[in-house]
Design a protein around this ligand. Sequence first.
Ligand SMILES: Cc1ncc(C[n+]2csc(CCOP(=O)(O)OP(=O)(O)O)c2C)c(N)n1
Ligand SMILES: [Mg+2]
Length: 433
Amino acid sequence: MANRPERETSRANKPQLSLHVPEPEYRPGSEEVDFSGIEIPEAGAQPRPDEACDPSETVGLCTDLIRVLGDDNKAHGPWDPKLDPDTLREMLHHFSLVRAFDERMFRGQRQGKTSFYMKCTGEEATSISTAMALQPDDMVFPSYRQQGVLIARGYPLIEMINQIYSNSGDKLKGRQLPIMYSSREHSFFSISGNLATQVPQAVGWAMASAIKNDSRIATSWVGEGSTAEGDFHAACTFASVYNAPVIINLINNQWAISSFSGFAGGERATFASRAIGYGLAGLRVDGNDPLACYAAERWAANRARTNSGPTLIEFFTYRAEGHSTSDDPSGYRSANEREAWPLGDPVARLKNHLIELGEWDEDRQAEMDRNAAEKVKKDTKEAEKNGILGHGMHQPFHTMFEDVFDEEPWHLREQNEESQREREKKYPDGVPH
Ligand SMILES: Cc1ncc(C[n+]2csc(CCOP(=O)(O)OP(=O)(O)O)c2C)c(N)n1
Ligand SMILES: [Mg+2]
């Protein structure tokens, strides 16, 4: 009793508490967008520790920004991956293809051929350049904006379009939201709409790979907004505790639909610095610098592959377009942000680098872009032969209940039979399919 503090009777003299609600700097109508507060270090100025280093040696890199391509379009410093011109042109070709693909699929949605599409404009390097730094059979657990990974892995565009149209050629039989691809052959795990679930899955897969003494590593991609989910933090803990051979790619494109990065904790600390508390190696990378993206991913892959530890990489970038075809960003952010973004456009930066090397020119670029658009157009037409959204039911109805379990359990069989009975009632003149 004696130690109990006296009960307060009045709070009148106490400071009033207040809640901080983050607010983005610019909203629609902001004419002057000024990103000069973002610190952009010199390309080539960041140290490159040994891939097998202790995570503590990467602490400085969690607040720095790894950059290779300078304003002079040349590659600089210890992170220069020294890729040969053919590899750089291959990367540029994937960039060109993904941009043409995004354009056409976006238009397809507007024409009613599919219900949904998501572009990755401005973020191409975070999926294409990183995928190129991995082995083709490393397992990837992507989010929904990594179509570049599939394109870099040579997945047929026509299969992607079939899935987007949910048509009779769709290998996923219309069961997934458009763009939520899956390909076992391309070591590409099924995309889930439940944000961040892919991160613990990647860590778990990596742990299993280690348990089996396999040599394949796992990688995951997660948006900065999604890191506010508990799954992300559980995944970091498991990755660190078991030294899982995994890379967590955190794509900080500043926006999570209409919420800015401040709502996921971006105001107080960089996203890469989450790594420090978990004992993970952490890197913060210019996500619009294709060479830096490649180099960082390769560093982390080599580290994982040699049991040296997992890595969290923040790719600092900007979502140049709307969140999806269901979104209109002019309702919540300034239209001038895209132009003002200080890290430029990844496609233009790679193109200019190749030109600077004397290995490319504008005419060849125009031809590459034309060919990419032609290829996408041709494959779209081909896929359309398998049907588009709303033009009939492209998959037999009963398939809805199949393939989840090896053997259909009794309760699904019951539901399947009931659904057939309902349909017979609804369509007395003959059930479609
Ligand atoms: C668990 C969960 N919460 C919310 C949503 C709705 N949602 C879909 S995308 C999205 C924004 C995610 O933003 P971010 O992680 O930054 O990825 P980005 O879209 O920028 O690539 C939200 C809130 C969801 N799909 N799943
Ligand atoms: Mg985001």
